[in-house]
Design a protein around this ligand. Structure first.
Ligand code: TXA
Ligand code: MG
Length: 364
């Protein structure tokens, strides 16, 4: 299958592209499209055969449910059994935007979308292209991130193309996504609201609206054998570069010291080393690079900065691109600096932890 890549930077001038994409959705095909978080691979959420194509294209396990995207609050009625008061508070404050809410589902949501669960994940994206596509299609759109299963989520149309070319008919290219990490997933179907996946709508923001919010234990620890995942996606290895990742946690000056030591050791053993740094520390690693005498040795060290620790939202926006870039460099090991867990930092640490298979080194 040929994969068409169509630019939609100026939504007013691109109504044709959106119309074509909507037509594909209505015909039961898949289309990749930008959202404010990451690119999604969409299909008509009410058409099980169309949704099946998403699972096939991504190689996604059938027991991992999808998020349904809507552009109008009225669509909630059709998809849910009932909507709690808390949900309306959250919707008022955070929709459209990067918050996915888990509801009790109605019978009109096909089982394949929810992987047989009796709940459904719903969000209203704020990206103008995503909103226009849903509106023009006239149906709710089920969409996971548009990467092949296990890879970092795509933050540009190029990432989607690299992963899914030949397997989907169309990609709407809206440039780089804004948030850069997937939406926050919040379950409000139980006694207390629980964050299943941290994201751009932070724990602190949710606390302000809800008072009390819990973090699912699966966010920072691997699932024990036999413990059921609250969010099935949590049991899969994710965001994973080819090389093993180790995250260093603790005081920032000690972090750089320990990572420099570990990197030197790997280099001595003839390994190619990738370092995920921050603006505050990348100079230290660059100094190490300068000390490597010959060109060959310098090629063995790839240093990428996520951005400044002062701006966690910026670091979040770069994370997946960094993981892909460091992968392309063909390194043998990746050493990553941990960041503060406040604000977007919580989501950054969650994605890093998953990429590292929860492999941490505490330096304090
Ligand atoms: O930002 C996003 O959320 C992006 C864009 C495209 O909207 N989508 C996305 O979808 O990240 P996906 O499929 O990659 O991640 C959805 C997560 C998975 O971990 C899945 O297990 C969880 O949401 N999920 C979906 N339905 C659920 C449900 N009913 N109960 C618990 N977790 C659910
Ligand atoms: Mg995903």
């Amino acid at each position: 299958m040929e994969t068409r890549l169509v630019r939609v930077n100026d939504i007013n001038k691109c109504s044709d592209a959106i119309k074509q994409a909507a037509k594909l959705i209505r015909k039961g095909e898949t289309v990749a499209f930008p959202t404010e978080t990451v690119y999604g691979l969409g299909a008509n959420a009410l058409d099980p055969e169309a949704v099946e194509k998403i699972f096939k294209a991504k190689g996604r396990p059938a027991d991992n449910p999808l998020i349904v995207h809507i552009d109008n609050i009225n669509d909630l009625k059709q998809l849910t059994a009932f909507v709690r008061d808390e949900a309306y508070q959250l919707i008022e404050r955070f929709w459209p935007g990067p918050l996915t809410i888990i509801f009790d589902k109605s019978s009109s949501v096909p089982d394949i979308v929810t992987a047989g669960l009796d709940t459904v994940a719903i969000r209203m994206p704020s990206h103008s292209v995503a909103a226009a596509l849903i509106r023009e299609s006239g149906v709710p759109i089920a969409a996971p991130s548009a990467n092949s299963s296990g890879r970092p989520s795509p933050t540009s149309a190029r990432h989607v193309y690299d992963d899914l070319k030949g397997r989907i008919p169309m990609i709407l290219d809206g440039g780089r996504t804004d948030v850069g990490l997937e939406s926050t997933v919040l379950d409000i179907t139980g006694d207390k609201p629980v964050i299943l996946r941290p994201g751009g709508i932070t724990y602190e923001m949710l606390r302000e609206v809800l008072g009390e919010v819990e973090l699912d234990p699966g966010i920072f620890a691997p699932l024990d054998n036999g413990r059921k995942a609250s969010s099935p996606g949590m049991k899969y290895r994710h965001y994973a570069p080819n090389a093993p990742v180790t995250i260093y946690r603790g005081d920032i000056s000690r972090l750089a010291e320990e990572i420099t030591k570990a990197a030197s050791m790997h280099l001595l053993q003839g390994k190619k080393v990738g370092i995920i740094a921050t603006d505050e520390t990348s100079g230290i690693y660059n100094d190490m690079n300068d000390m490597l005498k010959n060109e060959d040795a310098r090629d063995s060290l790839k240093i990428i900065s996520l951005g400044s620790r002062k701006f966690p939202a910026d670091m979040a926006a770069h994370l997946f691109e960094c993981l892909r870039e460091i992968d392309r460099a063909g390194v043998d090991v990746i050493l990553a600096e941990g960041v503060d867990r406040h604000g977007e930092g919580l989501a950054i640490m969650n994605r890093l932890a998953r990429a590292a298979g929860f492999h941490f080194v505490d330096v304090d």
